[in-house]
Design a protein around this ligand. Sequence first.
Ligand SMILES: CC(=O)SCCNC(=O)CCNC(=O)[C@H](O)C(C)(C)COP(=O)(O)OP(=O)(O)OC[C@H]1O[C@@H](n2cnc3c(N)ncnc32)[C@H](O)[C@@H]1OP(=O)(O)O
Ligand SMILES: CC(C)C(=O)C(=O)O
Ligand SMILES: [Mg+2]
Length: 617
Amino acid sequence: MPMLTDPSKKYNKFTPSIKLSDRTWPDKTIDKAPIWLSTDLRDGNQSLANPMSIEAKTRFWKMLVKLGVKQIEAAFPAASDTDFNFVRSVIETPGLTPDDVWVQVLTPARADLIKRSFESVAGAKRAVIHMYNATSPLFRDVVFRNSKEDTIKLAKEHTELVRKLADEYSQKYGTIFAYEYSPETFTQTETQFAVEICQVVKSIWKPTAEVPIIFNLPATVEVGTPNTYADQIEYFCRHIGEREKVHVSLHPHNDRGSGVAAAELGQLAGADRVEGCVFGNGERTGNVDLVTLAMNLYSQGISPNLNFDDMLSVIDTVSQCTGLPVHPRHPYAGELVFTAFSGSHQDAIKKGFEAQQKRAENGDHIWSMPYLPIDPADIGCSYEAVIRVNSQSGKGGIAYLVKQILGMDLPRRMQISFYQVIQKVSDMTGTEISVDDIINTFKQQYYLEEFSNKGRLALRNFSLEDTRGGGAHTPQDASEYTRVFKGRIAVDGESRQVEGVGNGAMTALLNGLEKQLGAHLSVKSYEEHAIGKGSYVQAASYVNVSDGTKDYWGVGIDPDAAASGLKAVLSAASQACQDNVFPEVKPVSTADAIKNAAAGVVENVKDGVNAAVNGTN
Ligand SMILES: CC(=O)SCCNC(=O)CCNC(=O)[C@H](O)C(C)(C)COP(=O)(O)OP(=O)(O)OC[C@H]1O[C@@H](n2cnc3c(N)ncnc32)[C@H](O)[C@@H]1OP(=O)(O)O
Ligand SMILES: CC(C)C(=O)C(=O)O
Ligand SMILES: [Mg+2]
């Protein structure tokens, strides 16, 4: 038995009726935003199992107005009292519809429904009457069972009615009317025939350049590749007369998943206007997604004339009104779209942010960031979600988070060392590690919290004496720069007097520890930077020490630079205690390590921290 139906026996390849060999759209670019029409409250609404209530529609309407949408298809008013009453409400409720917003309503080419639609917009400042009838051979044959001539007659006669009612209503109410005509199923219609029927409609409506007629050319069902749509649009734009009195409008659906591409190529082909829905709700696989289209423009440096700077509230409104969630990978809006879990992405983003900051300091604010097409801040998202850590993550991402949260810029080799700690935790838990877990682990690993100082090495007080030759004598080499460290160090909580000498503060302290605790550690590298500004400035020090066999990293923070270096040494030396480096100070047991950790590290990383404490560096 064959596994699959032979598709060639069941499906025809889509071939548009026109061949455009001299198409110009491939060489064009999109340089401005189209006129947007939101059909969320009509096409979007009619696709919902539970259409929106008037309250939900009102909330949605307010959001669209706030986003800056100037043409909104409010309803199919002849469909239901809810739809009709909603249109009345946006017209009658003070403040709901700014003067520059067009209220659009959809009607089939049926006299009773056209009349009802006009009643719904009575008194509007600006209204678009949108009439449709399907024009493709399939619909002509199967649905309407009429000829091309009958199809033209249907559009012509009902446009005459629309013209007559528009004149009456504008005389009575002063409404400015625009007319939109959709040859429904345009992409499956012979394109020449679509032009022909639109010419007839136009000759009846008699548009002006000030208020052009809108010819909306829907991909009612998306059946072809976006280039075929673009060819059809370019053909239409070239052949429709009085082009300056026409707004060519796109209405892509997304059956093949290429609604956005179709809308973009359609604009290259000459379209002036796009109809779609926020996040692409709509019949079947949806209407074209206005958010993606708008943000695609934005990411090219072109203002979309729509404001998505509070994307989270847009997501809330849309998902609550429609009952549909926004996919986590939805372009620009999904909760994961700015998040990198993988190490190499995180590393590139971290470096990207550093480079971006440097360029900004020199006045260059152009966004150029690996893996992030736009700045998440532009749509109101914080950077917290940009880097999240699991077993796929690397040192760069972890260091980025430490820098974001603590302001600490870890030296590269230390990043590798701390990454190994986190990797052990993530391997054990097998899940994502929260930022809190990473920061708590960092503090515990480097003894940055008071609980860790219990039983390890901690600075109580100190003085440093400079004993280098003074007066006229110029020191000849480093050994002449002599420092004397005197201070009290808590060793497992017991205060001891420590004294040592060295060519700097840290080596003097290590010399003192050697005398007190019986093991020598030497400084391999040291880095320091400021955290904060003004009177809140602190020094962060990172030191790498070694007992000759193993390296230990330590971190110190203190308003005083020398103290921060000394604390960093003790932080590293405290870790050395775990390896029994100092005969005087025994490693804490696994149980104690967990007990100490429990004060500051969340429950789910305890096991990982335990392993990390026992096997780090
Ligand atoms: C592609 C789109 O999204 S088009 C918009 C579709 N949206 C909707 O349909 C939502 C709202 N619709 C409704 O509430 C109802 O369908 C109504 C109120 C419009 C009409 O309801 P009813 O009168 O019961 O008719 P019904 O929906 O079954 O319509 C079918 C009839 O309209 C005709 N028809 C369909 N579309 C059109 C059109 N654009 N112009 C004129 N007649 C049309 C059909 O040929 C059929 O005619 P027939 O009864 O002579 O065979
Ligand atoms: C009414 C028309 C424009 C429509 O929604 C479609 O063809 O998809
Ligand atoms: Mg549609």
